[in-house]
Design a binder for this molecule. Structure first.
Ligand SMILES: [Zn+2]
Length: 450
């Protein structure tokens, strides 16, 4: 999902928290249910032509409304209108169908499934949870609209209330204006192994649209605190009527909340021109997104090689390796400890990489395991992370009947974690490893020179 996030939501990585509200505007903006979003990663080829159920927004008054709003957003955001923007109104099923088609075209099925497997192995999703379908259901319930760079068209859901429809229109038109000056396609393209960088760029894009649309509908985005926005996003998740695991809802909201905080900071510093500069040269990590000083200094993440897995024996191959990033780490830790402790624990992130490995046996049974290697900024930061892991998983290794062993270890600034192997038959899983193997695997990961 990862995107506007690529596919829908969630690199486990992406995630979010919420705090108490401190809503300054008299009437909070209708952020509800707007977890708009661009769908998945941008595409380079035009989408196939096909029938849509709902009418194209062609009624003269609809077109005039879109045009008027385009001019308003252009004025408030300070981006020129280079072209009119096509728009379509679809019902939720129609919107979801487009998103599904987009994801299937742009993102390898294996990558989407890997994401769910990672979340499962780390106990962020229950073992029998259908990640792909669950994510689509969540999106269908929460989406308000999305902008598709491939056909420069805005898609809006047909059942929004007036306020929500206005806010969504402003949000999506901001994406259209961004795209006309700073092509979004390349920024949102699925980038295997570069998930944290994509998440950072995605968040800037969403933060821009969230901030600009609040200027339009609430008078000024500066009347809305970042805390209030987080709370609204959280509430909108709860109100969507879809009971989804917290980590998925948090992942879906993270780009909006973290992106909004980033954009507000840039606007305070240098106005919309500073945001334009960030679209041209986005933060390369969510660490830079979240910390002004690291973005200002362009402090690069520590490059961590993908964990090796010879210990697991022959037949295993890597199906996915990627960077969780500071935002992803925070979202993960939020599932295991308090929001404050999670944020603090993630703030020491220096770099990381995980690998999901799989072996397919003759009878089609798949064995899966996850290895993760994080390098924290300081040893003190690593100790802090280790304390969270110890509280959640115990001091060394835990055998899990459904998911195999989970072991972790800290050495200096390095923290490594091994989860699995376990066997999967459909939605059923069961352990296929032991703590002996997991601990040998940790030793292998720690041997690796950085
Ligand atoms: Zn958006």
């Amino acid at each position: 999902m990862g995107g506007d996030s690529p596919y829908p939501p969630a690199r486990p990585a992406l995630l979010i928290a919420l705090l108490a509200a401190a809503c300054s505007p008299a009437s909070p903006p209708p952020v509800a249910r707007t977890t708009p979003e661009p769908p998945p990663p941008a595409t380079t080829a035009p989408p196939e032509v096909r029938e849509v159920r709902a009418p194209v927004a062609r009624a003269p008054d609809e077109r005039a409304k879109v045009h008027d709003m385009l001019l308003r957003v252009s004025h408030d955001r300070g981006l020129p209108v280079r072209r009119e923007v096509a728009s379509r109104v679809l019902d939720r099923a129609g919107i979801l169908e487009r998103i599904r088609a987009h994801v299937e075209k742009e993102v390898p099925r294996e990558a989407v499934e890997s994401e769910g497997e990672l979340l499962t192995a780390l106990e962020l999703l229950p073992p029998g949870y259908d990640f792909v379908e669950g994510t689509y259901a969540l999106i269908q319930g929460r989406i308000a609209g999305f902008y598709e760079p491939a056909d420069a068209t805005m898609y809006l859901v047909d059942d929004l209330g007036d306020d929500e429809a206005t806010e969504t229109l402003a949000h999506e038109l901001d994406h259209a204006l961004q795209d006309q000056t700073f092509p979004l396609g390349p920024m949102l393209a699925y980038a295997p192994g570069d998930g944290d960088r994509s998440a950072a760029a995605h968040a800037v894009i969403e933060g821009d649209a969230t901030s600009a649309s609040l200027d339009v509908v609430a008078g000024s985005a500066f009347d809305v605190s970042e805390t209030a926005l987080r709370t609204l996003l959280e509430l909108s998740g709860g109100a969507s009527g879809v009971a989804s695991p917290h980590v998925l809802q948090a992942s879906l909201s993270a780009p909006y909340a973290d992106g909004f905080a980033f954009v507000q900071r840039e606007r305070r510093r240098g106005g919309w021109a500073a945001v334009d500069a960030a679209l041209l040269s986005p933060p390369v990590s969510t660490e830079q997104l979240l910390h002004a000083d690291k973005y200002a200094q362009r402090e690069p993440p520590i490059a961590v090689p993908a964990p090796t897995f010879a210990t697991l024996g022959a037949g295993f191959r890597a199906v996915d390796d990627d960077v969780m990033g500071e935002e992803g780490l925070r979202l993960m830790l939020e599932e295991w400890t308090s929001g404050v402790t999670a944020e603090k624990g993630a703030a020491g992130w220096g770099g990381d990489r995980y690998v999901l490995v799989r072996r397919v046996d003759g009878d089609g049974v798949r064995s899966l395991a996850v290895g993760w290697h994080a390098v924290m900024d300081t040893e003190r930061d690593a100790v802090e992370l280790a304390e969270i892991l110890a509280a959640r998983f115990g001091p060394k290794c835990r055998e899990r009947a459904a998911l195999g062993p989970l072991a972790w270890r800290r050495r200096g600034r390095d923290v490594v974690l091994a989860a699995g192997p376990y066997e999967r038959r459909g939605l059923e899983t069961r352990s296929a490893g032991s703590c002996t193997i997991a601990e040998r695997w940790l030793a292998e990961m720690l041997q690796k020179k950085r």
